[in-house]
Design a binder for this molecule. Structure first.
Ligand SMILES: NC(=O)c1ccc[n+]([C@@H]2O[C@H](COP(=O)([O-])OP(=O)(O)OC[C@H]3O[C@@H](n4cnc5c(N)ncnc54)[C@H](O)[C@@H]3O)[C@@H](O)[C@H]2O)c1
Length: 504
């Protein structure tokens, strides 16, 4: 399949935030670009905005002045839809309303030729529904750009039920020729990124709602242990609580209120009270003048234990053992009387036990236990969360804190929530990824690419799953689900199949 010819004009309808960004991308790639907006004067303003952004790129040395001049010469505005005749591709970025978009495409079909590709940038509507009113729906695709389009490399190329594979292929190659990274996906709620990313926010909010940890601590653990660039609370303050909640609600509603996508009560309260994040000066955190970001809960210094005893295999936390040795702490290995099916653990000098979070609660293991959270990379992690049960002895907790502090980590002691913070978040992201692939949303590689580029995850969910062990996420969610039986964290059939097939 070949990309759209560079001489073929690209039209952008709706020249707000997204339309301007998309137009800039097509323009810089070399196409003639026509802008149309229903609001009088808006297309002209958008053209001026695009040119001034190109000027800034020239000033920063990122675009040769000659290219900016040539691009300016290729940029036009149209007074009406009829000015879009002869375009090879029209990308729509108007108001997010089905009736408005359907009417627009009906009108566009009267104007453009039969070989013109038509695309919607919708985030939350069904591509099949938006194109439903078309005479020739085979040439209709979703081109889901991310904001800001000139900086975000990912574009989801969405095939609706009626999309002709040749049109999807052409759209994909065109986006690739524009220097973007396209992923193909099917028309299901949230496409790839907005669907699979939901637990990143939901699990953080859930941990907070259970009272196990405050936002600053959850954020610090997601960053310092999980390897995420930002925590869920600070990120949603940046995105806007209203915008983030709207995506969650849209995915949840589109799945007929599937409990796995249930919105957060705490986030609802923020939205209702107008605490929308940075843009209103308050969200989870305050951005008012002089406001200080609350500190994450961090344990005071404790003495490092002189030795630990390793029983079995710590699985995804196996690297911790090497780090303990490097810290000069003696690791005694004892396998006698330890059955292979038992969980790997570290026994502290006082007799207490340390285990990796696996979806159970600390209290049920035994009287004197501490669990520690999953880390993306224990060597690089700067912070580790620990959870103790009410019956855990203070000495055991102090030894566990001292042990991780001796490895150079800050320690946050959080409440005893199944799957802690990072483990449950990562397990749920992996689960939704397996479920989405099994339901034909996208291929594994595309899902990994989409999550790395669309939301900056340190690893794609499939890469992460391979690293953690094929049955790890299933084990965690199965255990969390048993303890929180609402179904919110129930592992999917796809994950169960994977866990059992891979284990054989
Ligand atoms: N903002 C984002 O982060 C983002 C990301 C991905 C996709 N999207 C999607 O992109 C689309 C546009 O979002 P936005 O944030 O750029 O909106 P926006 O409000 O900034 O811009 C919308 C523009 O469309 C114009 N418009 C409205 N109805 C029109 C019509 N019938 N014909 C022509 N122009 C019309 C408006 O005058 C306005 O200039 C939506 O479908 C949205 O879901 C938004």
């Amino acid at each position: 399949m070949t990309a759209l010819d560079l001489n073929s004009p690209v039209a952008v309808v709706g020249t707000g935030t997204m339309g301007q960004g998309i137009a800039q991308v097509a323009l810089v790639a070399g196409h003639p670009v026509r802008l149309y907006d229903a609001a009088p004067g808006r297309a002209g303003e958008a053209a001026a905005g695009i040119v001034s952004r190109l000027d800034r790129l020239v000033e920063k040395g990122r675009l040769p002045a000659a290219d900016r001049d040539a691009a300016r010469g290729r940029l036009e505005t149209a007074e009406s839809l009829s000015g879009l005749a002869g375009c090879g591709l029209v990308v729509e970025a108007v108001l997010e309303r089905l009736d408005v978009k359907q009417q627009l495409f009906r009108d566009l079909e009267e104007v453009v030729g039969e070989d013109c590709l038509l695309a919607t940038n919708t985030s939350s509507l069904s591509v099949t529904a938006v194109g439903g009113a078309l005479r020739l729906p085979g040439r209709f695709v979703g081109l889901h750009f991310f904001n800001p389009a000139p900086l975000m490399p990912l574009v989801e190329v969405v095939s609706g039920a009626a999309t002709d594979p040749a049109s999807a292929g052409r759209a994909l190659e065109t986006v690739r020729a524009w220097g973007r990274t396209p992923v193909s996906c099917a028309d299901q709620p949230g496409f790839v990124v907005n669907r699979i990313a939901r637990p990143f926010y939901a699990e953080a909010f859930e941990v907070y709602e259970t009272g196990a940890a405050d936002p600053a601590t959850v954020d610090a653990v997601l960053r310092g242990s999980g390897g995420f660039r930002m925590g869920a609370f600070e990120l949603t303050d940046l995105i806007g609580q209203d915008v983030n909640e709207a995506v969650t609600r849209s995915v949840w509603e589109s799945f007929f209120q599937d409990v796995r996508f249930r919105p957060s009560l705490a986030q609802r309260r923020l939205v209702e009270s107008g605490r929308l994040g940075r843009k209103t000066g308050r969200g989870w955190y305050s951005y008012e003048e002089g406001a200080e970001r609350p500190e994450p809960r961090t344990a005071a210094a404790e003495e490092a234990p002189g030795h630990v005893t390793l029983l079995g295999d710590l699985g995804p936390a196996a690297d911790v053992v090497g780090l303990i040795r490097e810290a000069g702490i003696d690791v005694r290995v004892e396998d006698e009387g330890f059955a292979p099916e038992e969980k790997g653990r570290l026994v502290l000098p006082g007799g207490g036990t340390l285990v990796l979070a696996d979806g159970e609660t600390v209290g049920e293991y035994g009287p004197d236990l501490v669990s520690f959270d999953l880390a993306l990379d224990y060597r690089a992690a700067t912070r580790i969360a620990l959870a103790a049960a009410p019956v855990t002895s203070p000495d055991t907790l102090a030894e566990a804190v001292g042990l991780f502090q001796a490895l150079g980590k800050k320690v946050s002691v959080v409440g005893d929530v199944p799957g802690m913070i990072v483990a449950r978040t990562v397990a749920r992201i992996i689960d939704l990824a397996f479920d989405a692939v099994a339901r034909g949303v996208a291929g594994e590689e595309d899902v990994d690419t989409a999550m790395r580029l669309g939301v900056n995850y340190p690893l794609g969910p499939f890469e992460w799953s391979r690293r953690l062990g094929d049955d790890w996420a299933y084990g965690v969610l199965d255990a969390v689900h048993e303890r929180e039986p609402s179904g919110r964290c129930a592992p999917s059939l796809a994950l169960l199949r994977h866990a059992f097939t891979a284990a054989k």
